[in-house]
Design a protein around this ligand. Structure first.
Ligand SMILES: [Zn+2]
Length: 462
């Protein structure tokens, strides 16, 4: 059995692992490279394996850095089947449309070749087969796999794959425990080989206080002074977690009733998919749903799909709340609201997501008093707040706990591959796993192949 790392190796995007078992070839994820130009350009390079020979693709979750090169794979001659959980299949159908248009535009600008054809996405989607958690799928040749809950976003999964007496587990993206709506990552019983993500391998999330109560305080403070509360948010998962908490706060009369706008067409469409899959909720969300409550809807909620509706938000007098993308204020509708409302000290800007260096969000988060938005100089007089606990990613502590749990339950686990992280987080997590858990760890480089044998001692590097 041979495992090759063709993405997300010493980087955080482009997830793409190839497993070769006898004459069967299986990909785990087929994601987009995102970030600086030299990384994004890899999206236009040929796949480093014969695409026609790939039999199956197993998709861990819907984020583009795990799915965004599927259309390219299809276009290049992939003839096999794609497996994912049902919510993932639905999300992917929506998200690929947008991402492929963007990729195509960038390719045209740079004179690169990229075949884009909207029909292909529909044909690609016909290759998908939805699989539930813990459902065993037989891929033939004594290869079988199961999806397990990863607690990252709705429908997100880790993969447990068994072949020739070897069990290999791919973490996918692991969520932060205690997140609303979905269950915590599954406690996987055993593994011989483990591939673990390390996005936050060097960081501990400090979660101060109770997330829902802190959100309530920020809302009350803004409403009491008649202000506008702006919340930059990601369309997938983050927005639904906010809506879930707003649903509780409004319906249980913990906050006064004010207009609450979700000003993001993508978030609105993705929320519809959340409604379809209550069986993927955690107990609390499922019980609420079963009692007849629409957990993403409440009095005062306004969904603004069109640009016209979005502009009309300006005419609604405060106090009001606006949730919009992008999550780091790098474009999207939020920047129009920031342009309008940031200069007034009555207003509040609430951060619920990590702000990457170099983004407008990060500048404001770090206290910039003056920022440039859409060509205008804007004074930042609004109050800046943050509420932790909405993160979709496990921190170092939770990742160690996840790996440690498997290692405790399974005496057979001797090798861990640390992937899906920048150089430093991967290395830091790798050192921690070696020191704290006494496991044998490799941080693979892009393109590296490793032979997996039943007796780990014989594993050799190519
Ligand atoms: Zn993800």
């Amino acid at each position: 059995m041979k495992l090759s790392f063709h993405g997300a190796a010493r980087m955080v995007t482009g997830s793409n692992y190839l497993l070769e078992i006898g004459d069967k070839k299986i990909l785990i994820d087929c994601g987009l490279f995102q970030g600086p130009r030299r990384i994004e350009e890899k999206n236009y390079e040929p796949f480093p394996y014969r695409v026609e020979d790939i039999d199956f693709v197993l998709i861990t979750h819907a984020h583009l850095d795990h799915t965004g090169r599927l259309p390219k794979l299809f276009n290049d001659g992939f003839k096999g089947k794609v497996f994912a959980t049902a919510p993932t299949v639905d999300f992917v159908g929506f998200m690929l449309e947008d991402s492929q248009k963007i990729l195509h535009r960038k390719a045209v600008r740079k004179g690169l070749s990229f075949n884009w054809n909207g029909r292909q996405i529909k044909e690609l989607m016909d290759r998908f087969e939805a699989v539930g958690y813990r459902e065993e799928v037989d891929l033939g040749n004594q290869i079988k796999f199961k999806f397990r809950e990863a607690g990252h976003i709705l429908g997100s999964a880790s993969v447990e794959l068994e072949a020739k007496g070897i069990k290999i587990v791919f973490s996918g993206d692991i969520g932060y425990p205690q997140a609303p709506i979905i269950n915590d990552p599954a406690e996987i019983e055993d593994a011989n080989y483990l591939i673990v993500e390390s996005t936050y391998g060097d960081r501990i999330h400090e979660v101060r206080g109770n997330t829902r109560e802190l959100l309530e305080e920020v809302i009350e403070k803004t409403i009491n002074r008649n202000g506008v509360l702006l919340i930059p948010s990601f369309a997938l998962e983050r927005t639904q977690r906010l809506l879930y908490h707003f649903n509780d706060l409004v319906e249980n009369k913990k906050i006064p009733s004010v207009p609450i706008f979700v000003d993001s067409p993508l978030a609105i469409k993705l929320t519809e998919i959340y409604r379809k899959y209550p069986e993927y909720y955690d107990q609390e969300a499922y019980d609420l749903f079963s009692s007849g409550d629409d957990i993403f809807n409440f009095p005062g909620l306004e969904l603004t799909l069109t640009t016209k509706k979005s502009k009309e938000i300006n005419e609604v007098a405060g106090p009001k709340i606006i949730i919009a993308g992008s999550g780091m204020s790098q474009g999207g509708r939020i920047i129009h609201h920031e342009l309008r409302y940031l200069s007034d000290p009555k207003n509040m800007l609430l951060f619920v997501t990590y702000q990457v260096e170099g983004t407008l969000g990060r500048k404001i988060f770090e206290g910039a008093k003056n920022v440039k938005i859409l060509g205008h100089n804007v004074e930042v007089n609004a109050e800046i707040a943050r509420v932790d606990g909405y993160s979709s990613h496990a921190d170092q502590k939770s990742l160690l706990k996840w790996v440690g749990g498997i290692s405790k339950r399974s005496s057979q686990l001797k090798k861990v591959f640390v992937c899906h992280g920048e150089e430093n987080p991967s290395q830091v997590l790798s050192d921690k796993i070696t020191q704290d858990l006494g496991l044998n760890v490799i941080v693979p480089v892009l393109g590296q192949s490793i032979i997996l044998t039943k007796n780990n001692k014989n594993s050799k590097l190519n």
